[in-house]
Design a protein around this ligand. Structure first.
Ligand code: CDP
Length: 245
């Protein structure tokens, strides 16, 4: 059965589901923007799993649920937060109380609390089903911290993106403010990123780590275009997708 791929690519007979490609890595390594561009190029769906954790965090903050109560939340209370995930097209839309969430997911308040929410076993269990149903038919590029290890352990191609701490802080600030940061801003952002990395690496459930068999890509000296091209080339080399990159 032919799979849906961009023009110029041919796919030979293969498993019934389409390809699943995962990109994991720490904050600011370029996962989400790269995954989005790779998915677009392949005509695949993009799953930004971090946005799901951010959405739950946003909902908890909006509803004023005190942080001391987060640990005791179960699946019923999480469902009552009214987060809805719709994955009909190439992307994934997240609604809260019927309103589409976009920029609010990246507020400093959400970023400051998201690792605590992501460390809760009930949250991870609740989102596991959501993420797997988004990727059930394959033709998916998923990015996050545990895509290749926990959510899609059978993914066809796995990547682990890394970059130097200062470069990651610079990218994050450039993305958020649209200008080159000062040395003081850089130092402060690097400290915040390091804290979040530490929390994501040391938690007991689905910690951030390099998935077995993942291709490690150091993006420190790479331009965005080179990063996307490199990933597409590796996908082509490692699968039966054929054609011009
Ligand atoms: O883009 P950035 O690196 O700032 O983070 P993100 O991908 O939006 O993820 C935000 C946070 O969600 C991370 O710091 C993790 O705590 C959590 N997360 C996770 O635990 N597992 C994932 N698969 C994705 C994100």
């Amino acid at each position: 059965m032919a799979r849906s791929v961009p023009s110029g690519w041919n796919v030979s007979e293969g498993p019934t589901r389409g390809l699943v490609i995962t990109l994991d890595g720490p904050a600011g390594s370029g996962k989400t923007t790269t995954a989005k561009a790779v998915a677009k190029r392949l005509g695949f769906r993009h799953l930004d799993s971090g946005a799901l954790y951010r959405a739950l965090t946003f909902a908890l903050l909006q509803k004023g649920v005190p942080e001391e109560e987060w640990e005791g939340l179960g699946s019923e209370q999480l469902s009552e937060l009214k987060i809805e995930v719709d994955a009909d097209g190439d992307g994934v839309n997240i609604h809260f109380d019927g309103v589409l969430l976009t920029m609010e997911l990246r507020s400093p308040e959400v970023t400051g609390s998201v690792s605590a929410v992501a460390g809760l076993p009930a949250v991870r269990a609740w989102l596991l089903g959501v993420q797997r149903s988004v990727g059930a038919h394959g033709n998916l590029v998923a990015d996050g911290r545990d895509m290749g290890t926990v959510v899609f352990p059978d993914a066809d191609v796995k990547f682990f993106l890394v970059a130097g701490l200062e470069e990651r802080a610079r990218r994050r600030l450039l993305q958020d403010t649209g200008r080159e940061p000062t040395a003081g801003e850089l130092q402060e952002e690097a400290r915040r990123i390091e804290q979040r990395d530490q929390a994501d690496r040391s938690r007991s459930h689905a910690p951030l780590r390099r998935p077995e068999g993942a291709v490690e890509v150091d993006t420190t000296g790479l331009s965005f275009e080179d990063q996307v091209a490199l990933i597409l080339r590796r996908v082509k080399d490692l699968t039966r997708l054929q054609g011009e990159v």
